[in-house]
Design a protein around this ligand. Sequence first.
Ligand SMILES: CC(C)(COP(=O)(O)OP(=O)(O)OC[C@H]1O[C@@H](n2cnc3c(N)ncnc32)[C@H](O)[C@@H]1OP(=O)(O)O)[C@@H](O)C(=O)NCCC(=O)NCCS
Length: 174
Amino acid sequence: MATTLDKTSPIVIRTAEPQDCAQVYKLMRELAVHLKCEQDMKLTIEQFYKDVFEDKPVCYCIVATTAGDPSTIVGYSLYFHTYYYLAGFSISMENLYVSQSHRGKGIGKMLWQEVTRRGLEMGSNGTLIFVDNWNKPTKDWYMKHGCVDYTESKDQHYMHFSRKAMEVFIKNGQ
Ligand SMILES: CC(C)(COP(=O)(O)OP(=O)(O)OC[C@H]1O[C@@H](n2cnc3c(N)ncnc32)[C@H](O)[C@@H]1OP(=O)(O)O)[C@@H](O)C(=O)NCCC(=O)NCCS
């Protein structure tokens, strides 16, 4: 169902539908280029479709469109359930992206607010957000609205254990 945070806004924020998959995936690739990690993008569109739009989604997606052109996606965000031992049930916001031509119009903030609203409704006790160290404007914006930088305050590192490494780990453990 479509939702707008502000009835007078020309921007519509809504849950992504299966027919949005290709456009969101394209924006996701744009984000990977922007974040200088396109070469690391292993997620296929087929897998993304399964993860978000099939029976038991492991990830949720919201999109932004303009009211005048409801079939063109101009921004998106992903979020999913996670668990943080210090707080309990939380959500992770993975990707917040607005296409270049639509930046600076409040769309990114509306997407983040909608993820936040949905998280609160689900009973989430916080949101985990990852942002690249070089992406200072976005980092500062998150912090301006109350995010705390755990990399600094808790001296934590964000680790990734790839599927390949997981398989080797199990195989070697036998
Ligand atoms: C980060 C991003 C999602 C923000 O989306 P956006 O629609 O351009 O942002 P908004 O227009 O909602 O503005 C966000 C804030 O920045 C401010 N802002 C926007 N454009 C600005 C500008 N040119 N100069 C100064 N401040 C600006 C807004 O006032 C707003 O601040 P507020 O929350 O105090 O009102 C968007 O820039 C983007 O997709 N960037 C590339 C991807 C990325 O870095 N994503 C985040 C990490 S995954």
